[in-house]
Design a protein around this ligand. Sequence first.
Ligand SMILES: NC(=O)c1ccc[n+]([C@@H]2O[C@H](COP(=O)([O-])OP(=O)(O)OC[C@H]3O[C@@H](n4cnc5c(N)ncnc54)[C@H](O)[C@@H]3O)[C@@H](O)[C@H]2O)c1
Length: 374
Amino acid sequence: MLIGCPKEIKPQEFRVGLTPSAALEAIAHGHKVVVETQAGAGSGFENDQYEAMGCEIVDSAEEVFARADMIVKVKEPQAAERAMLRDGQLLFTYLHLAPDPAQTDDLIASGATCIAYETVTDPRGGLPLLAPMSEVAGRLAPQVGAWTLQKANGGRGVLMGGVPGVGPAEVVVIGGGVVGTHAARIAAGMGADVTVLDRSIARLRYLDDAFGGVFKTRYASAGNTAEMVVRADMVIGAVLIPGAAAPKLVTRAQLTHMKTGAAIVDVAIDQGGCFETSKATTHQDPIFEVDGIMHYCVANMPGAVARTSTLALGNATLPFLLNLADKGWKEACKADPHLRRGLNVHAGQITYAAVGEALGRDSVSAESVLGLSA
Ligand SMILES: NC(=O)c1ccc[n+]([C@@H]2O[C@H](COP(=O)([O-])OP(=O)(O)OC[C@H]3O[C@@H](n4cnc5c(N)ncnc54)[C@H](O)[C@@H]3O)[C@@H](O)[C@H]2O)c1
């Protein structure tokens, strides 16, 4: 198969869909790889590193799209990219189609087969191609929160770990899933006094077993949440209700009871945020103040650490990529029900029910287009 990797064109996107070492593995499997010039530069991968692995560097995205059997990317294709997709071509990338009718229409019109990273599943019910970005955002949250707490940035001027004789920062993490667990570990590693709140008793049990002594856990009742938020120097929002907007767990009125200069890091902002006062910000202008509380609400946190994010995403996508390239998408999706869950659009039809429902469009099952019984 000829695998093509264009340079990402969405503003502020520095990741790349294929690392040189992933390309090497694909080539070792007998495939060919074309990479747009400078595609990896934002993540610190230069053309000569791809060439050393056996890739062909080409001058334009047009050439990548015209020649490749499979396009591997990071972000959803932008309008100019969608116009280059063609009938029978395979697209493997994040799509997030449910809120995006324009993209969905273009993918349907292209005739391409589109597999979305975010809906591929694993045997434990997880989302293996989303998890690495949650790990990155979770580990980054205390780092940006600590910066937000600094006086010059409008914060309380509190050091995460304190010093001998002076207590550490109190960090409260709401939601103890992938983001929350990684955030809590890093905050604790910085010396902060950390408490994780979650509504799942099973999750709290797991966290207590695995991390008791590193951080504390509490049930996320409204009362406990209100009490902990008032005490906190930093609150990290990390809740997720799959398929729904994030619940607003902290109201504007509650901010007035918080410590002036406390920091909120709302990682769940990509789902609307779990603080009433959150609104999405960018890496250029990441923080704002409401009622004396500093908010960090960057919707694409992994972009700040593009190299780490590219490597983490590449590790997770590689086995699926090789499977698709080795067997072709049809056989690969027939054999692997988890990869099959990633099939969102094929040959002019939506093949993922939730996308069809969200957009009020017809859909067919992935099984039916593969000739499998559902
Ligand atoms: N801003 C970014 O750049 C970025 C990057 C990655 C992920 N995210 C977002 O971070 C959020 C968390 O993702 P995740 O991968 O950790 O999800 P996850 O499913 O692993 O964890 C979510 C946790 O929230 C808990 N929860 C649900 N409702 C709750 C409530 N009312 N109170 C307390 N806990 C509650 C769940 O029990 C679960 O443990 C999502 O919104 C995700 O989209 C944002």
